[in-house]
Ligand binder design. Sequence first.
Ligand code: C2E
Ligand code: CA
Ligand code: CA
Length: 447
Amino acid sequence: MNAKGELHPARQSEGREPRTDPLTGLGDRFALESALVEVQKAEGGLPAALLLLDLDGFKALKKSVGHAAADQVLMTVAMRLRETAGENDVVTRLGGDEFAVLLRATPLARATAAGNRILAALEPEIDLGTESVQCRASVGLRMVEPHHSPSEVLLEADMAMEESKAEGRNKVKNFDPATLLARQLQRQIVGDLAHAIDSDQLVLYYQPIVELATGRLQGSEALVRWNHPEHGLIMPDRFIPIAESSGLIAKLGRWVLRTSVAQLAVWRQDPETAQHDFTMRINVSAPDLQSLEFVDDVREALSGAGLPPESLVLELTESAIIQNNELDRYTLMSLHRLGVGLEIDDFGTGYSSMGYLRKLPVDHVKVDREFVRDLGKDDTQLTFLAAIQQVIRSCGLDGIWEGIETAEQAEALRSIGCTSGQGYYFGRPVPGPEFTENLKRQQTWPA
Ligand code: C2E
Ligand code: CA
Ligand code: CA
């Protein structure tokens, strides 16, 4: 409606009359849409901001307290919103547990502050007679642009609200076009990735793992990259999480397994590169442990390439290894019985309890690079690393220190009895052919 109380012509012609929500007495979605149109037209209406709220966990709450009590929660939320909003602001209920507040003549900073005031107003528990509940919300914020259609504003506020949920809820999140672009790219990536695995766009890079005392090569870690025809080389941090959440990881993991094992077989067979105790390390995702075929895949890959099981080490993160799941435990034990090496990757970043080190069927521990990075910051860090190394050793495990970038770091680790290391100082991950050349040329690492 405009200042005179007339409906905007576009709204009228669509026949979507603003109505009042019978439960809360607030305006409905159409009331919001006409207010949005009006604010764009009105003198001094802009800047204006739309705050879109979605109550966190409302479905579960409704299930536990029942319909009537849930309605009472919605009414209380409506009341608190109205109390918090200024008299020029338009408070509406869009349906279900979704509310919107349109703030007129409000710049971004003040809109953010208003969003936070709303979150604070929702904080106190709501008394339902027999029990009291707490109701929090995720808030998306979108500044209204002059040429924005109401549905665009709503959609983008909704995207911001989804971001707020994704970031842990109970916060105000401003719409960010970059995030939108990232999401679109992500959707595209899922489609492309399925195709990439079949069309040779994935590449393995290999990084040396070195004996600290002598510089002798012990093996390599295979790290996957995606040679995207449009976007160029994409690093794994950008597509592994997508592969994991989309279910593509099983296929990708199988490709990594086969390709790395085939490469290892080539290196072992060629007298110029052969080294009998060279091990290949590959990264295994948590979902792989839940697949019954995984153990068979590993067994077949090794026997197909004529390689002994101990020439392969599977790197698993702490969280993947510790999931208290029968199937995971079964898979781990089967892999252990098969004779492949098992390694905890990124050690020290997940579960800080060290007790499990003695209980799991693992042989190696790769200490996360954040520990090495902090070396030299203060004198106690080296003492701390020595203690970690001591624990690893006393559990009968083999420790590998990753992220070694300087000679000083390598020397410091050597001085406290660390035996194996990996990092840019010894060599960056390189494609197979380049690694082969280094194998032929290089006796000790770094060159
Ligand atoms: P990660 O397993 O911890 O691998 C080590 C990462 O550290 C690699 O990054 C490597 O390039 C990087 N790095 C090595 N030395 C240094 C150093 O001295 N300094 C610094 N700052 N970084 C170093 P990358 O290749 O980008 O891989 C990132 C992560 O992606 C890996 O972390 C691993 O979790 C995952 N990933 C890589 N390849 C695969 C794969 O084939 N399958 C699965 N499931 N995950 C993979
Ligand atoms: Ca790794
Ligand atoms: Ca790691």
